[in-house]
Design a protein around this ligand. Structure first.
Ligand SMILES: C[S@@+](CC[C@H](N)C(=O)[O-])C[C@H]1O[C@@H](n2cnc3c(N)ncnc32)[C@H](O)[C@@H]1O
Length: 160
């Protein structure tokens, strides 16, 4: 079993933060301080860019993709420090990142996508995935969604 957490940040949702079969990737590394002296430790075991990864095609059985979800956040705000911010051209960024996550995922592998729709609606983001999701939260503002990399789930124009 090989798992990639493509934007691991502070690994807040991981119970096990140092499993040998998990690659924890983030573009940042180090201890960041935010409000009231609180700290977040960003300790990837692989520093890399989710929009252009140096892993082989099909290298992972499972990919976790929890990208920054904000386009508006002050440079020094705790949300920005903790979760990062999307670039202005967020649509092309998310499109590239989804394509890369599916490239490094093996056929029939599972992609777990997490999104908070406070600033950008989930529907606008999921549209940018090359595959259709199979299940996920439909009501909460933070949504966990499962994709499977199967040919029958590749989008075509008539299904979008
Ligand atoms: C929503 S946070 C992840 C939170 C994390 N899942 C947790 O449980 O703490 C998004 C993370 O994506 C990282 N990130 C931003 N741009 C990236 C890029 N191009 N490649 C990889 N990671 C990136 C940010 O540094 C940030 O830590």
């Amino acid at each position: 079993m090989k798992i990639l957490d493509a934007c691991c940040g502070g690994k807040m949702f991981w119970y096990e933060k140092a499993l040998p079969f998990v690659t924890f990737q983030d573009i940042r590394a180090g201890v960041k301080e935010y409000s009231g002296g609180r700290k977040i430790r960003i300790e990837p075991n692989h520093v890399g860019d989710v929009t252009s990864m140096d892993f082989a095609d099909g290298a992972f059985d499972v990919v976790i993709f929890d990208p920054p979800h904000m386009i508006r956040a002050g440079k020094t705000s705790w949300l920005n420090i903790k979760y990062g911010k999307l670039p202005e051209e967020w649509e092309s960024w998310i499109t590239k990142a989804f394509a890369e996550c599916f490239r490094v995922l093996r056929s029939n592998g599972i992609l777990v996508f997490k999104w908070n729709s406070a600033q950008i609606p989930f529907a606008k983001v999921v549209k940018l995935s090359p595959y259709r999701p199979i299940l996920g939260d439909k009501r909460a503002s933070t949504k966990w969604t499962i994709f499977v990399k199967m040919e029958m789930l590749i989008k075509n124009n008539s299904q979008e």
